[in-house]
Write a protein of this length. Structure first.
Length: 450
């Protein structure tokens, strides 16, 4: 059996075993990486571990550790309180606020994972607080990040434009950007309608008159009322807050919360403006907060999503073995050799979508666009349409829980929701992998052929 076939079969075995049995998929992936990498690919243990995603590991640990501290000292509750006041109680507007904010961040040059790492945890805690479907909230955050991801000054936009320019193709920068923006906006609307957004628009418990936001005379009694359980709800910080916005007035700005807000702002500046490593910055901020107030962070390490970290690290390590075996090139070369340009474009879109669901979208973009160049040179297909379809296909699947964005959202969910949210993300991403490239091909490639 060739190394390429062996690693592809191993991928299938990994999914079957982890789906049928209550075993962490990451643990299975590490075992298969060691066995298949050693027997069929000829890799030793050190080479297998060379594919371990150290950067992603540290990002997941650092972000979940930092936000675990923010939960415990009540900073997340404070942010939720402010968000409710900004939207004047209209909870249906919150998912769209998250979509717009992440889109703006990535459009102005932020890495998609950096924007998701900062906005995702707040969005998921807000969803927990106000009974918003966490799948809806997480998907709008990710689709927002992808919506702005191909602006001319963004990372994805820069990669795509350089590859296109090197290939000598006539594709404008704004065409790719607007295509991605429109496609992700369409997906966000579909998600909003399919996963409870219309119900949110009809909810009125927080759409109270202006008087509902007036100062409370006795905030301590109001807080006590919430804690006693009259309509109380487990909050993001592990305590209880009422769904009544009057109770939220009891959330005050303390020293620990102020310092935490400064730390979160520092993380945003460091990651979005100076492009510093998100994982290193987040864990540095978390340690600084722990030193300033040791008692406030007690037990925060338990809030790190270790099972998610194991799962993602194992799968990504196995994918590195798969790439080392040449399986990706094996599939890509087979696709590019097809003599039917229209079918070839569809298959390249699927190669980009499937591989990107497990690997870096930036790397996939740089690899799949050159695969399309041979049949684009034949002149039967519009270059702009094919490039736009490839760009969308290779990034729309970042909702996968095995990609950085999807993993960050799943890791940011409350403990009791992570497993179910992971499975729901897995189902949704599978649908996107199956239908996303096909839809992009129909919208952008087929019209250029006709």
């Amino acid at each position: 059996m060739s190394p390429q076939i062996a690693t592809i079969l191993g991928l299938v075995i990994m999914f079957v075993v982890a789906t049928a049995l209550p075993i962490n998929m990451g643990a299975v992936a590490f075992a298969l990486a060691f066995i298949i990498g050693g027997v069929w690919v000829g890799m030793d243990g050190k080479e297998v571990l060379g594919g371990f995603p150290g950067d992603l590991f540290l990002t997941l640990v650092g972000i979940t550790y930092l936000f675990a501290i923010a939960q415990k000292n009540g900073t997340i509750d404070l942010l939720v309180h402010w968000a409710v006041k900004v939207v004047r109680g209209h909870i249906g507007a919150i998912p769209w606020v998250m979509f717009v904010v992440t889109a703006v961040l990535t459009a102005f040059g932020a890495l998609g994972p950096a924007a998701v790492a900062i906005i995702g945890p707040v969005a998921l805690r807000f969803a927990k607080q106000y009974r918003i479907n966490p799948l809806l909230m997480g998907l709008l955050v990710i689709h927002g990040a992808q919506a702005g991801g191909f602006s001319p000054i963004s990372v994805y936009g820069g990669i795509t434009n350089k590859v296109v320019e090197k290939a000598g193709l006539d594709v404008t920068e704004m065409a790719v950007f607007l295509t991605s923006l429109g496609f992700n906006l369409m997906m966000a609307v579909i998600c909003f309608c399919a996963f409870g957004g219309l119900t949110l628009l009809r909810r009125h418990e927080l759409s109270l008159p202006e008087a509902g936001y007036a100062p409370v005379a006795d905030q301590s009694s109001q807080r006590a009322f919430a804690i006693e359980g009259h309509g109380a709800l487990v909050s993001a910080g592990g305590g209880t807050l009422s769904t009544n916005p009057l109770a939220l007035q009891a959330v005050a700005l303390t020293r620990d919360r102020l310092v935490t807000l400064v730390g979160l702002l520092g993380l945003g500046v460091a990651a979005l403006i100076y492009n510093l490593n998100v994982g290193l910055v987040s864990i540095t901020v978390a340690v600084a907060l722990a030193l300033i107030s040791p008692s406030a962070q007690k037990g925060a390490v338990d809030g790190i999503s270790w099972s998610t970290v194991l799962l993602i690290s194992g799968v990504v390590t196995y994918v590195a073995v798969l790439e080392q075996a040449g399986a990706v090139d094996y599939i890509g070369n087979g696709v590019s050799s097809i003599g039917i340009p229209l079918l070839g474009a569809l298959l390249v879109c699927y190669v980009g979508g499937i591989v990107s669901a497990f690997a870096s979208s930036a790397a996939v973009l740089g690899a799949t666009i050159p695969l399309a160049v041979p049949f684009l040179m034949q002149g039967h297909l519009g270059a702009a349409g094919v490039i736009c379809a490839l760009a969308v296909s290779s990034t729309i699947v970042d909702v996968s829980p095995f990609s950085t964005n999807g993993a960050l959202v799943v890791a940011s969910a409350a403990k009791d929701e992570r497993e179910s949210l992971f499975r729901r993300f897995l189902v949704y991403s599978a649908l996107v992998v199956v239908l996303g490239p096909l839809l992009a091909w129909l919208l952008f490639v087929v019209p250029g052929w006709m």
